[in-house]
Write a protein that binds this ligand. Structure first.
Ligand code: EPZ
Length: 417
């Protein structure tokens, strides 16, 4: 397994181009199953999860071409409606083929994703909503076995805000007979980006960006071209790296308008943040101030930035509290940061971080995607060398991270077994 060796690299300076958002590209690629015509996507990030999903669609009979951030999906000859456990267990977002397969073909056999490092990750809301739209769903031998005639529009109130739950039901509704009202929807920019792509494909959707989506089903969707929205979490991660290393980074091809809560917390920590339509410049001098964080659904502070801000708070002048309200086990990075000299204690979903003057390099283990990112940015400020093991977690969501950081002064090397 690959490792990353990170040497202390203070004062990162220069430009980083932000890639397309993994969490927008994944549902939008699945939307390609909704039509027999070609869906062409640009600004698609070259990530492990994107490859996994592409392989899944090809296994169903789709043709997928991907080069230079452009992906063409041809789902005119789908002959297999199964998402196998071997693929789904490596990427939970595979559940997003469920809605499109049912909507277009009336059949889907999707392995239950199971849990992951950060939590149990149930999909009961996905199933409940599809059943309300007329699907017959049985859970057998770890598989979701679903069949349906043409799905019918329904009024669905989700019990909690779920990003992929909203996305699955939205994709199911666009081809359903009649109107579907989805209430308590996730409002994440990635959900909005999916809706905007579906509109280009001929879907009829009202309320985009709000917590209530009204979808008027159509008989079929058509070819479209769509550019995937910029990755706000990748941008936030590099913004925190600039703040931690007292650097000066300009993040281009970004969407600061989707990053309000992140930018507010960076400013409270003492960073100087200048914004443009498609860029943000983050400068920091001196020690960060301690900033309290509570993760919540968009537009509040995103759970996917929790680990990165915890790393920032480990060096802050003061004590901060961090409350994780979305996932039940998203503090796997805490013991690893403590190995680097951080002073963090946790009690249930609350972490208390007492800022220290310095961190020291250590060998640490990545446990999930965003925890890995927090260890990389901690390694940039820690004295000496930090070796991060199991970086396959990182490769799932950060395109060319060592090249992007290397170009702005980071001493970061991939060690391949
Ligand atoms: C999406 O996961 C993202 N993944 C996650 O990003 C992100 O952390 C999460 O949304 C929250 O923003 C993708 O978009 C591919 P949820 P998702 O359904 O949709 C509970 C990353 O690092 N819930 O919004 O799986 C669930 O247990 C990843 O890029 C149910 O109980 O998250 C959680 O507590 C990590 N039943 C809460 O809702 C359901 O049917 C929110 O989960 C669905 C969810």
């Amino acid at each position: 397994m690959d490792k990353l060796r990170v040497r202390q690299s203070l004062g990162l300076k220069g430009e980083i181009r932000i890639s397309g958002a993994k969490n927008a590209a994944l549902p939008i690629i699945c939307a390609g199953l909704l039509t027999s015509e070609r869906l062409t996507l640009t600004n698609v990030p070259a990530l492990r999860d994107i490859k996994t999903l592409s392989d899944l669609l090809c296994g169903m009979g789709a043709k997928v071409n991907f080069a230079n951030s452009t992906m063409e999906i041809d789902a005119s000859d789908i002959n297999n409606y199964t998402a196998p456990y071997e693929l789904v267990k490596t990427m939970r977002a595979s559940i997003l083929v469920l809605g499109p397969l049912l909507a277009r073909f009336g059949e889907a056999n999707v392995s239950l994703p199971g849990g992951c490092a950060i939590g149990a990750r149930p999909v009961d809301q996905h199933i409940k909503g599809l059943e309300q739209m007329g699907a017959q769903i049985n859970i057998e031998h770890g598989f979701i076995k679903a069949t349906a005639g043409r799905l019918k529009g329904a009024r669905i109130v989700m019990d909690m805000v779920t990003v992929t739950g909203t996305e699955n039901l939205l994709m199911a509704a666009v081809l359903a007979k009649g109107t579907t009202v989805l209430e308590n929807c996730a409002r994440e920019p990635e959900v909005t980006d999916l809706a905007e792509c579906l509109i280009k494909m001929g879907a009829q959707i009202e309320g985009i960006g709000t917590d209530t989506l009204v979808i008027h089903g159509v008989d079929k969707l058509h070819a479209a071209n769509h550019a995937v929205v910029a990755d706000r979490i990748e941008a936030g991660t590099y913004a925190v790296a600039a703040a931690m290393t007292c650097g000066d980074l300009t993040l281009t091809n970004a969407r600061p308008d989707t990053m309000g809560a992140i930018i507010d917390k960076l400013s409270l920590a003492g960073a100087k943040v200048d914004l443009g339509n498609d860029f943000m410049r983050v400068c920091m001098t001196g020690r960060p101030k301690a900033v309290d964080i509570i993760t919540s659904p968009y537009p509040a502070f995103p759970t996917d930035m929790q680990a990165q801000f915890m790393a920032l708070n480990t060096l802050a002048d003061g004590v901060s509290t961090l409350t994780e309200t979305i996932f039940e086990n998203r503090y796997m990075h805490v013991p690893e940061l403590c190995r680097m000299g951080a002073d963090i204690s946790t009690d249930s979903n609350i972490a208390i971080i007492r800022g220290v003057e310095t961190l020291t390099g250590a060998t640490v283990m990545a446990t999930d995607l965003r925890a890995s990112a927090s260890l990389v940015i901690a390694g940039l400020v820690a004295s000496g060398i930090t070796t991060i093991e199991r970086v396959y977690h990182l490769d799932r969501g950060y395109e060319q991270i060592e090249q992007k950081l290397g170009r702005v002064g980071a001493d970061i090397t991939r060690l391949t077994d």
